[in-house]
Design a protein around this ligand. Structure first.
Ligand code: FE2
Length: 373
């Protein structure tokens, strides 16, 4: 069953009162369809690190919502395409790597690195068929610092305009984006609506309750832990606890001592998060993609400064995995709560959950056809 989408003005007024989006926005396929069109096809979607697109022929695949995309470096620079063959719509490339030509593995239609169709077996005998009529569909591909994004909207503001300032905030943490190295990458899946998962990310009101290890490492008290909205992105920051630095935590932690004393948690609209934890310089990213209304899938990348101790890396990855599992348990439960539609609206605490309210306003604006910011 689908319900009509409420007017954005009503939703924004309710959000100002601390009343959440309606529950059916987390279960209704019609809402998800609008999110695919109005959020993911009009926003910057992270696909991978610029370092993996350093040489001509290097390519990375990803998604803009449900649209498969491909970024390749050619002689002109970065080029983005819909990663779907013009023939029978098989995916052209998979994963990431290096290629001289982009060849679909279904019928071997072959494109050059500028997206032009160069070869299609037997097409010379096809009446009226011209290779030049079937290039890969182009999309915008832009880098911000070490991060590469695509956008299907030709009118969207530049990625640098949206996210450029987050690089300065990250630099203040002590993490050098110019030298960090990719340590590991992995796919994940979870059983909650993508918005419920990001809303959980956007507040630390639950940290003291649900993340004992995290809260032992980082001071999550509201007068210390900060939340800031910057338009297209938002940032949370916390300080490492002195007790954790001195090894006096009651909970066993990874080694939090190191160049980074301020932890940072950035959300880049619509579905990229960037985490920095205290200790040896580290950074992880997650991309959160809807997988139907009641599930989310994504990928994580873990980065460290050069020369990381493998034991530290393993311990920090384990710490992050533990926090993610605790969050998944929370959002699984929220999704069960949303399933029946009652209560229709939740009630936010506007001084602790302002970034969640901000996110829901962006969703409401985007689904009305307006700019999210
Ligand atoms: Fe959490």
């Amino acid at each position: 069953m689908t319900t009509a989408i409420e007017p954005a003005s009503d939703l924004l007024a309710a959000l100002d009162r601390g009343e959440s989006l309606p529950a059916h926005w987390y279960t209704d396929p019609a809402i998800l369809e609008q999110e695919m069109l109005q959020v993911f096809r009009r926003s910057w979607n992270y696909v991978g690190p610029l370092r993996e697109l350093a040489e001509v022929g290097d390519y990375v695949t990803g998604h803009a919502g449900n649209v498969p995309v491909l970024v390749v470096r050619n002689d002109e620079g970065l080029a983005g395409f819909v990663n779907v063959c013009r023939h029978r719509r098989h995916l052209v490339m998979k994963g990431r790597g290096k290629a001289a030509l982009l060849q679909c593995s279904y019928h071997a239609w072959t494109y050059d690195l500028a997206g032009g169709l160069r070869r299609a077996p037997r097409s010379a005998e096809e009446p009226g068929f011209r290779l030049e009529d079937f290039p890969l569909l182009p999309v915008r591909a832009e880098a911000v610092g070490p991060f590469v994004f695509v956008n299907l909207d030709p009118d969207a503001p530049a990625a640098e305009t949206c996210y450029g300032p987050v690089l300065d905030i990250i630099a203040r943490s002590g993490v050098d984006l110019a030298t960090i190295e990719l340590h590991s990458r992995g796919d994940w899946a979870a059983r909650a609506n993508w918005k419920a998962m990001l809303e959980n990310y956007l507040e630390c009101y639950h940290c003291a309750v649900a993340h004992p290890g995290f809260s032992a490492a980082i001071d999550v008290r509201p007068d210390v832990y900060t939340l800031a909205s910057h338009g297209w992105f938002s940032s949370q920051a916390g300080r490492v606890r002195p007790a954790a630095l001195e090894g006096r935590s009651k909970i066993e932690l990874y080694d939090v001592r190191g160049a980074v004393a301020e932890s940072q948690y950035h959300f880049l609209w619509p579905n990229l998060t960037i985490n920095i934890n205290p200790g040896f310089p580290n950074l992880s990213v997650d991309v959160w993609l809807p997988d139907g209304t009641g599930a989310t899938r994504g990928f994580s990348e873990q980065y460290f400064a050069p020369g990381v101790d493998p034991q530290f890396a393993e311990a920090l990855v384990g710490f992050n995995r533990q926090v993610a599992q605790e969050d998944d348990d929370l959002t699984d439960s929220v999704q069960q709560g949303l399933a029946g539609g009652l209560p229709a609206r939740g009630r936010f605490l506007t001084r602790s959950e302002q970034l969640v309210i901000q996110f829901q306003k962006m969703i409401a604006r985007a689904l009305s056809g307006a700019s999210a910011v």
